[in-house]
Write a protein that binds this ligand. Sequence first.
Ligand code: NAD
Length: 285
Amino acid sequence: MISKIINGKKIAKKIQKKLKKKILKRKMNKLIIPKLAVLLIGDNESSKIYIKNKKIACKKIGIISKTYTFPQKILEIDIIKKIKKLNTNKSIHGILVQLPLPKKINTLKVLREISYKKDVDGFHPLNIGLLCQRNPNLRACTPLGIMTLLKKYKIKIQGINALIIGASNIVGRPMMLELLLAGCTTTIAHRFTKNLYQYIKNADLIVIAIGKANFLKGKWIKEGAIIIDVGINRLKNGKIVGDADFNSIYKKASYITPVPGGVGPMTVTSLLKNTIYICEKYHDR
Ligand code: NAD
């Protein structure tokens, strides 16, 4: 079997085109134009690149974005003060705190301070809780992007065995909730999981997000499994690869997302979608 490659780049482009039209229509109807506040704390080089890309994507479709930068040494209390100000600022609709934060800052505490109505990343406990109760509101961007891809490719997942490898707050856990909501029988594995291979071989769908280059091998997976690769790993030669070993999986899986060009572009697209959703849900009359 040769896998069908899920082209996230193409789907993202199509969706972003529609979102751009939506914003143009809002302008014509004199509705508010979505505005996103982005908080960059510290000097993580990857964060700077991610923010740059998010800003470009916003600009392309007509979302206004404003970046607030803070030094590595900023106190937690000062970040929270800024978030509180942005929460009450009526001209700001979405707030994004770029992760990871410097070690001395309590990430969960900071994310909790963002109003759940401006929570474009979908990490607020209330939004995660709503997803857990089968009543999603703002949804975490990477899992939402993956669900959109599965839908666009008309991949039927109700009732199948889904395995999520990686249990982080930003990918694995919300991903598990999304797949559960979609009717999968879900298993979540992490660094303490024993006999990971037993779970892998029984999985019809695997979402892998562990940050380990080419970890998942074709010989471990079930024939015809759907493989969604979230990982972004830079090799010594500069090449970007995922957590799944594309070459060995390609001949065995039914579908696979490439890295780059699979999940990544969908994460940014979800962010844009969420920002517009906030305006529609909380600001339009
Ligand atoms: P993380 O480090 O916060 O979490 C990694 C998870 O993997 C943990 O739950 C850990 O227990 C688990 N894990 C590690 N080694 C394992 C092993 N050998 N077997 C089973 N589980 C193991 O990582 P994260 O923030 O969730 O990111 C994971 C990867 O996804 C990274 O490469 C990151 O760059 C990438 N990422 C990509 C996107 C995107 O849009 N494509 C978005 C977010 C993260």
